[in-house]
Ligand binder design. Structure first.
Ligand code: SAH
Ligand code: F3S
Length: 487
């Protein structure tokens, strides 16, 4: 549990008069609030299907942790499962369609095995139309719970065993930040760590502020404590997670994201610190300097730009201009010359003209991102942009996406080529997915590197000389020295 007095002391020092109240900032302990349901999953199997972003992936690790505490064992086969949970994403419509398609296909299985519990959670569960659709068309779902109700999973499973009706447990507003949640992380090398929940930015196309609620930061000491525990457990890399990490701490008014990075950088045993996602808005010089000076914070920044056109940026409510973004990139590159920048881009935002789209292409050429996640604008109910009249035709959206992808792939390819015949530090993650004789790791800039070497290297940072470059990965040779193999 956190020491709230410490925050008060810090606010006094900084002369900030907006002191947090104790009630607002108290986080609660899962062990104290979780309703004890016992080992009701003993001898049973669970399957969680996760859609969407890393935050969802990490929520699934938390829910897997809870289920295994209840005695459930994992399976990847629908027919073997006693509990199937869909942890969903609402950011784009096609993700929603996929989920309903799959839930529909599970109906015969549920008919054959009425004991099977089906659950729906994540961002879709927060949407009222989705709740209505479940009630009307998919009543074979047993539990629907929201993003603020994850800690209630055990009691909801217990209730579902004794109920014929679908149970809906969706809080509209977030409650307290819950600490000490169980987590079942996938590998023992890299770990996600939540630092902040929700988003206050209200970009006009985006549903996240409605499904994840207002920004709430975890207390710094709770984050640092978790990272120390991860280091003690042998983890080497952490990724700090939030929808908008550079707003971290704004609600606490005691410290900011740069302070958090500096604090985490001191944790012994952790070798790499990543974070996602940062927003160009509010990306301070202090933050740039901190990233540059903290040796464990990697030289990779994911900096979603969304569009290269000022009118579109304004209508997206992004809070910055093209010129501001380009200047920010220049400031970052001055401070961190070998930085790798990646981005998110949306094409076909309502009213986007061909000319405005060309502005995005020209920004991509100017910045030369290492990589970009590119999306076709998807109208989302409940967001302001759905009311914007001039929608772009599907045909134009698809063509623009294609053109953008081709441009970016060419640039990504050139980046990969430029890494050939150079040597990089690579954190070895495990065997390659397609060939167990080959090891896979990543550079600090998050490029995948494949190479041959002994399995004992898994979990270590080794030097790899790159011999072959593909767009999405590199191949290389281990520069093995006695020293590296001995550490
Ligand atoms: N801050 C979060 C944003 C989550 S949404 C993060 O970056 O993890 C992730 C990306 O999805 C956004 O950056 C945006 O490019 C895209 N996106 C969000 N809403 C969208 C919509 N309605 N249509 C298309 N793409 C969207
Ligand atoms: Fe969405 Fe914008 Fe927040 S993209 S998650 S509203 S920063």
């Amino acid at each position: 549990m956190s020491d709230l007095l410490q925050i008060e002391d810090l606010t006094q020092e900084s002369g900030d008069t907006h002191r947090p109240t104790l009630v607002e900032r108290e986080s609660v302990d899962y062990r104290a609030i979780a309703k004890h349901v016992g080992r009701i999953g003993e001898g049973k199997k669970y399957l969680i299907k996760t859609y969407g972003c890393q935050m969802n992936e990490h929520d699934s690790e938390i829910m897997a942790g809870m289920l295994e505490e209840m005695g459930y064992q994992p399976t990847s086969v629908n027919e073997e499962a006693d509990f199937i949970l869909f942890n969903t994403c609402a950011v784009r419509e096609n993700a929603e369609d996929k989920v309903f398609g799959e839930i529909g296909r599970l109906k015969p299985l549920k008919n054959r095995n009425p004991e099977l519990i089906l659950g729906l959670c994540g961002c879709m569960a927060q949407e009222e139309p989705v709740q209505q659709l479940v009630a009307k068309t998919y009543p074979h779902i047993d539990i629907v719970f929201g993003t603020h109700n994850i800690h209630q999973l055990p009691e909801l499973v217990e209730q579902a065993r004794n109920s014929q009706e679908t149970i809906f447990e969706v809080w509209e507003k977030a409650g307290d930040v819950v600490e000490n949640l169980p987590k079942l992380r996938k590998d023992g090398i890299r770990a996600w760590v939540n630092i902040q929940y929700g988003c206050n930015k209200y970009c006009t196309y985006c549903i996240v502020p409605y499904t994840r609620g207002r920004e709430r930061s975890r207390l710094m000491e709770d984050v640092v404590e978790e990272v120390k525990q991860l280091a003690a457990d042998g983890y080497k890399e952490i990724t700090l997670l939030g929808q908008n990490v550079n707003d971290y701490g704004l609600d606490l008014k005691a410290y900011d994201f740069a302070d958090l990075l500096a604090a985490v950088n001191k944790v012994e045993g952790i070798e790499r610190i990543r974070f996602t996602t940062s927003n160009p808005w509010n990306f301070s010089d202090k933050l740039i300097q901190t990233i540059a000076s903290c040796e464990k914070v990697v030289n990779h920044i994911h900096l979603p730009v969304q569009s290269g056109d000022n009118t579109i940026l304004r209508r997206m409510n992004r809070g910055y201009t093209r010129e501001y973004y380009l200047d920010l990139v220049a400031r970052i590159r001055r401070a961190i010359p070998d930085v790798s920048l990646t981005t998110d881009i949306i094409v076909g935002f309502p009213g986007e003209t061909e000319e405005q789209f060309r502005e995005t292409l020209s920004l991509v050429e100017q910045v030369r991102f290492d990589g970009a996640y590119t999306f076709i604008y998807s109208p989302r109910k409940g967001t302001p942009a759905i009311r914007f009249r001039e929608q772009v035709s599907e045909e134009d959206k698809k063509r623009r996406l294609q053109e953008l992808i081709e441009l970016q792939n060419g640039i990504t390819r050139e980046f990969s080529e430029s890494m050939k015949n150079q040597t990089f530090d690579v954190l070895v993650e495990g065997e390659s997915k397609t060939n167990s004789d080959v090891l896979q790791g990543r550079t600090t800039t998050n490029k995948i590197v494949l190479f041959r070497g002994p399995k004992e290297l898994i979990g270590r940072i080794v030097k790899i000389h790159v011999t072959e470059a593909q767009t999405w990965y590199l191949r290389g040779e281990l520069v093995s020295t006695q020293h590296e193999l001995a550490v």
